[in-house]
Design a protein around this ligand. Structure first.
Ligand code: ATP
Ligand code: RIB
Length: 296
């Protein structure tokens, strides 16, 4: 009963570490190049699989070295890749990350991720219809996200929509998702003319806003309830949100309460940001249990 299907992006993350960000027209020397597995979909799949969920990845890669590396990495993380499609006329998605001055900035080239369409979803339906939870993010085309949310809602399949990166999605179908997990910036993009705290409160546990080191917030009994984050020294916060989502989803399909699942997500994310790269620091269930035991 812990089957998760992730329908989303797979990227290679090409990260440059530097002391500062260059200004427009400036050339500077960086310190290090780091090439590693990423993409919000694949990251969330790996986070959930490391924590013991039975995960299927639905998405697209190109017929190139990065596509092969991504497939192998998912298999090495015990993820079913039966519905990971290799396309022959497009390159694998890449993310170009600058890590400087304690924060990241990212340009994503979607490549094959832009080709995740209704057909890809329909072909994967045998896996999707037997899932305990489906996860989707904003790195595939919006019409596909809409199709997934509506079709899963009609089939009574739980959906966690992580609306990252920020986009203005139509609330008419957005709110058919079981859980919506924006960060503060993404929340403002979803509800541009509304007070964000009031929006979270009004959605009564459906919207979970991630608050960086402060943890997460959701609405309960007409108030904003905060589940605090854990105090750690971050090395690289790339993928913190993905680890949180993968861990939260795993705890939910394992039958945990909302508060307990959110605390679990915070713990896994706090552990993950202590290593360079989105996936390297993602913890196992044993590591999260030990961390939580130490924290109490
Ligand atoms: P990213 O885009 O970097 O993956 P995000 O902007 O989607 O992250 P955040 O709200 O920054 O999401 O972080 C997600 C979760 O990760 C937080 O809710 C928290 O649990 C954890 N987290 C992030 N930063 C820190 C930190 N500095 N210390 C402890 N926990 C953190
Ligand atoms: O959420 C982090 C991810 O966003 C990175 O792995 C990068 O691929 C971008 O898609």
């Amino acid at each position: 009963m812990n089957r998760i299907v992730v329908i989303g992006s797979c990227n290679m993350d090409i990260t440059v570490l530097a002391d500062k960000r260059p200004t427009a027209g400036e050339t500077i020397l960086g310190n290090e190049l780091h090439i590693a597995h990423g993409g919000k979909g694949a990251n969330q799949a790996v986070a959930a699989a490391r924590l013991g969920a039975e995960v299927t990845m639905v998405g697209c890669v190109g017929n190139d070295v990065y596509g092969e590396m991504i497939r192998t990495n998912l298999i090495n993380n015990h993820i079913n890749v039966d519905y990971l499609v290799t396309l022959h006329d497009v390159t694998t998605g890449t993310a170009h990350i600058t890590l400087a001055e304690g924060d990241n900035s990212i340009i994503v080239i979607p490549g094959a991720n832009a080709r995740v369409d209704e057909n890809i979803v329909d072909n994967a339906w045998p896996a999707i219809e037997s899932a305990d939870l489906v996860m989707v993010q904003n790195e595939i085309p919006v019409p596909t996200i809409e199709y997934i949310v509506k079709r899963c809602h009609a089939a009574r399949i739980k959906v966690l929509l992580n609306p990252a990166p920020a986009a203005d999605l139509n609330p008419d179908w957005l709110e058919l998702a079981t859980y919506i997990t924006p960060n503060e910036h993404e929340l403002s993009a979803l509800y541009p003319s509304q007070d964000t705290t009031e929006t979270v409160i009004a959605h009564n546990g459906q919207i979970i806003v991630t608050l960086g080191s402060k943890g997460v917030g959701y609405g309960a009994d007409g108030e904003l309830r905060i589940i605090p984050g854990f105090s750690v020294k971050p090395v690289d916060t790339t993928g913190a949100g993905d680890t949180f989502n993968g861990a939260f989803a795993t705890a939910i399909v394992n039958g945990e309460s909302l508060d307990s699942a959110l605390r679990y997500g915070n713990a896994a994310a706090a552990l993950s940001i202590q290593a360079l790269g989105a996936q390297e620091g993602m913890p196992t269930a044993e590591q999260v249990s030990a961390f939580l035991a130490d924290a109490t």
